[in-house]
Every structure is written in C-alpha cells, then in structure tokens.
Design a protein around this ligand. Structure first.
Ligand code: UD1
Ligand code: UDP
Length: 351
C-alpha cells in the first residue's frame, strides 16, 4: 500500500510518529509537510527527536489567513496526489493542514484516513471544529480515540469504517516517557524543582485573538503565587506584543521558548498543575496523572473532566484561581485505549 500522509502543525508531528513507525514496517509512506508550522522549535525538533522520516514534499505554505493558508495547501497537495496516485491519504486532528489534505483527496476519489476522528466541542466558532466536521464527513476510515468520538459520529450518521482504537498520543507518551526522564535536562536548565511549579500553555485563537480573554488570563496568572513556567507559542507571543501586554509584570513567571517533546513531557510530569487551552496537553496531563485546568468553555476530551482531573474554567479569573488552588485526587481511568492505537490502525486499513 502507498499512503500519503499530510502533516503541518506541531501536534500532528507527535501524533504521526508512532503511526509512521508501524506503517513503514510493511508499507510505503510519503510525507507532505505543508509548512503551516515552520520555526525549528515548532517543526524540525520533532522530526529529529521522534525519528520521523524527513518529509518527501515540503510545501512552505507558512502563516496566513484561513483562506489563503488552506487555499495554497489545496493547490499544492492536489498536484502531489495527482502525481503520486496513493492508495490512501492520511490526515491527523483538526488543523488547516488536516482539512486541506482531506478535501483534496476526497475530490480526487482517494480514500481519506482520519486519525483522531469524531471529536466535537460543539462550538463552530472554533476553526478546529469546522476542520473536524468537514474532514470526518469526507473520510473513508475514521479512527476515533474514545467512545465519545464514536457516539458523536453516530449522531451525524457516520457509521461506516468507524473504529475506536484509542489515542495515538497515548502511544507516543508511553514510547517517549522513559526517554524523556533519561534525557531531558529542562528542569535543571530553568532551575525548576519536581512538583515545584505550574506549567502553562495558551495558544488557541479563541483566547489569543481576544484581548479581554488575554487580560483575564494574565490577571489570574498574576494572582497565582507559585512558580509558573510557560513555553510560549509564537501565536501568543505575537498577539501579546500587538496588545502591548507585558508578561514581565507577572510575578514568578518564567516565559520560555517552545520546547521539544521530551522536554515537554518532563515539564508535564513534574508540574503541580497544568493550565492550558491545548487539546493535546489536556490529554497528556491525564496520561501523566497531573491535575489540569483548561482555559476554555468546552473540551472535546470530556473523559478528562471526571472527578475534576481536568477543570474547565473559560477565562473567568476567579474560576481559574479556584481551580488551580483546588485539591483533587481523581482515579485516572484507561479512557484512551491501551497505547497500541498505531498497530490497530495499520491492521485495519490493510483490510
Ligand atoms: C494551529 C491550529 C490549531 C493547533 C495549533 C497547534 C489551525 C486553524 N489551527 O494553530 O488547531 O492547536 O496549530 O500548535 O490549523 N507562527 C510562527 N511560527 C510557526 C508557526 C506559527 O511564528 O512556526 C505564528 C504566526 O504568527 C502565525 C501564528 O503563529 O500567524 C498562528 O499559526 P497558525 O499555524 O496559523 O495557527 P496556530 O495558532 O499555530
Ligand atoms: N508541545 C511541545 N512543546 C511545547 C508545547 C507543546 O512539545 O512547547 C507538545 C505537547 O506535549 C503536545 C502537543 O505539543 O504533544 C500539543 O500541541 P499544541 O498544544 O500546539 O496543539 P493542540 O494539541 O492544542 O492542537
């Protein structure tokens, strides 16, 4: 089988690593990197650390408004699909790169494999929600990480070739957790102690593109006494600069550049709490059994909400502070499969 995989953004590199490893044991995989993420600490570092084979095609699309970014991807991916004539196009998650890959393939009658299918926040103002819905509706194979995702698809009458195989991000965590503990020096580099800090990540458009949300978030962070470490996403950095909001006024805050995956796993595992609006980081907090506070109004990862393992706070300052201070002791469940999602995907598409 010849599979053409379309990647473009940080979480997709991480999701693709375990699948690519298994896929290439018996099949041919070609990788298109759209160039949606291009800074070396948003892209190259993951290919190197996770041993993902170098992309066969690099499209260099870069940043831009949704139409321009997705449109350029469509035109360039189409040329490659026509030339390579793959048996399948494989896409991950819910970014503009996901949508572009899926749309091109569907129009050219190449079956689409969607990994991390069926997730819904039920908020169509999120670009990710639009990308997910569109991708799921043109996909031939839908690999879901949870039963909730299967149920969401059933509610939209998508039932053919829908499988709950668990979460590929869990595969990635299990594979890399030990390596991270062995290799990462990130705590030492930043003078952090085990369970001596909170980890922050914020990058979703619904927060960064609203100055009031960002003001509330920074206001809340200013009131958290403990040390906080924040590997800042370039989107957030640029937005804060444009709003004239200065992070140096937040006490006990260490703002650092985006880190590689092994350093991120280490930061997560050793955090007191994780405060985030990331999809992937919410799940990793759960896998690592570290309590999470999610700075959003909805989450697709509803399993994490049980017993306050993850608390949704939106951007309300008091709610955020109360959730960070709340003592929780959840019993973490095996809600995201058994860490063998990649094997199951490859077995199922073989037919
Ligand atoms: C994208 C995804 C989002 C995902 C996130 C993962 C879409 C619509 N959004 O959001 O779902 O959670 O990736 O991190 O696909 N930038 C750089 N260097 C880079 C990449 C981005 O400086 O290497 C800056 C640019 O100013 C750019 C901004 O970040 O305009 C946003 O980048 P973009 O890829 O459009 O969206 P993300 O916010 O990264
Ligand atoms: N991540 C990382 N370095 C960072 C921040 C995040 O390696 O500085 C990893 C994180 O561990 C997770 C993935 O990136 O595996 C999540 O991606 P992101 O938060 O950018 O996007 P989302 O999951 O919200 O789409």
């Amino acid at each position: 089988m010849k599979i053409l995989t379309v990647l473009g953004a940080r979480p997709q590199f991480i999701k693709a690593a375990p699948v690519s490893r298994v896929l290439r044991e018996n099949h041919t995989e070609l990788i298109i990197h759209t160039g949606q993420h291009y800074d070396s600490n948003m892209s190259d570092i993951f290919f190197e650390e996770l041993n993902i084979p170098k992309p066969d095609y690099y499209l260099g699309v870069g940043s831009g408004n949704h139409g321009k970014q997705t449109g350029e991807m469509l035109a360039k991916i189409e040329e490659i699909v026509l030339k390579e004539e793959p048996d399948f196009v494989m896409v991950y998650g819910d970014t503009n790169s996901t949508l572009a890959g899926a749309l091109v393939a569907a129009k050219l009658h190449v079956p689409v494999i969607h990994i991390e299918a069926g997730l819904r926040s039920f908020n169509k103002k999120m670009p990710e929600e639009v990308n997910r819905i569109m991708t799921d509706h043109v996909s031939e194979f839908l690999f879901c990480p949870t039963q909730t995702a299967i149920d969401n698809l059933t509610n939209e009458n998508i039932t053919h070739n829908v499988f709950n195989i668990g979460d590929v991000m869990y595969d990635a965590v299990l594979y890399n957790k030990g390596l991270a503990a062995e290799k990462s020096e990130i705590l030492k580099e930043h003078g952090l102690s085990e369970k001596g800090y909170h980890l922050i990540t914020i990058h979703r458009a619904e927060n960064t593109d609203d100055i009031h949300h960002m003001k509330n978030i920074l206001d809340a962070f200013s009131k958290i006494e403990e040390v906080k470490v924040w590997p800042i996403h370039p989107r957030t950095k640029h937005k804060l600069e444009s709003y004239g909001l200065d992070l140096s006024s937040v006490p006990n805050l260490k703002v650092i550049d985006p880190v590689g995956y092994l350093d991120m796993l280490t930061l997560e595992a050793n955090a007191l709490k994780i405060v985030t609006d990331s999809g992937g980081v919410q799940k990793e907090a759960y896998f690592m059994k570290v309590p999470c506070v999610t700075v959003r109004e909805q989450t697709e990862w509803v399993e994490t909400l049980e017993e306050d393992a993850n608390i949704l706070v939106g951007t309300d300052v008091e709610k955020l502070l109360a959730a960070v201070e709340k003592k929780v002791n959840p019993s973490y469940k095996e809600a995201f499969g058994d860490g063998k999602a990649a094997e199951k995907i490859v077995e199922l598409i073989k037919g």
